[in-house]
Design a protein around this ligand. Structure first.
Ligand code: CTP
Ligand code: MG
Length: 231
């Protein structure tokens, strides 16, 4: 089952505090966005990549895409102020796909094997996301005081990619726009439709590069990857 992937890359990386879009920072000399794009470029199930970008950075993206010979990009659309808007703009450009994945440009370490499991799951159940069991004990806090220790066994941390039948994702985005609903991931828009969203267990090293220390983790993850490659 082939898929198209939407990669939102139009953020400004405020929490990284690097003075530029964090996707242009390098991990082992290769820009973060290129690490991410290479995963999909080399995945035989991926037939098209749709990238949302900040138009002011178009030239920088185009240069890198040329330099690293990324061939599967079908469209580079102007993103919006929020991630959700960036994804929606790209979704409008997608055609001829049954399964659409959404994957953060800032998550360069997703593995082909996880993508494969996700796509299989989405194919049979319409919607599925990659997630990992929460490891920490989670407290609900109000005014500096714990009000509840949340039962951990049912808690999962959502990652990307998230995969959907295209018609469902389009409907979810249309209704979110109509209702001015903003969710923190794509699945939350689909959940509102009452469509069950399945979980595929992913890996803890599929981190989203968010703050400065994530760059150290990224170097370590990549070192470990190079010594223990996967198929
Ligand atoms: N993103 C996007 N459009 C936006 C905001 C975010 O396409 N308006 C993308 C980012 O480029 C990133 C992904 O969505 O690949 C996840 O967002 P996040 O990690 O929050 O990145 P930023 O928004 O860039 O970072 P910050 O929130 O710290 O500013
Ligand atoms: Mg953000």
């Amino acid at each position: 089952m082939q898929y198209a992937v939407i990669i939102p890359a139009a953020g400004s990386g405020k929490r990284m505090n690097a003075g530029k879009n964090k996707l242009f920072l390098t991990v082992q000399d290769v820009p973060v966005i290129i690490h991410t794009l290479q995963v999909f470029e080399t995945d035989s199930l991926c037939k098209a990549i749709y990238l949302s970008i900040n138009p002011a950075e178009r030239e920088s993206f185009e240069l890198l895409i040329k330099q690293y010979k990324i061939k599967k990009i079908k469209a580079m659309v102007a993103g919006g102020k929020e991630r959700q808007e960036s994804v929606y703009q790209a979704l409008k450009a997608v055609n001829e796909a049954d399964i659409v994945l959404v994957h953060d440009g800032a998550r360069p370490f997703i593995r082909h094997s996880t993508i494969r499991h996700l796509v299989e799951k989405a194919d049979e159940s319409k919607a599925a996301i990659v997630a990992v069991p929460v490891k920490d004990t989670v407290k609900r806090v109000e005014n500096g005081q714990i009000t509840e220790t949340v039962e951990r066994s049912s808690l999962w941390a959502a990652q990307t990619p998230q995969a959907f039948h295209m018609s469902i994702l389009k409907k979810a985005y249309e209704l979110a726009e109509r209702d001015s609903f903003f969710g923190t991931d794509d699945a939350s828009l689909v959940e509102r439709l009452g469509v069950p969203v399945a979980i595929v267990e992913g890996q803890y090293d599929n981190i989203k590069l968010t703050t400065k220390e994530d760059l150290y983790f990224a170097e370590a993850i990549l070192n470990n990857r190079l010594s223990t490659p996967e198929g």
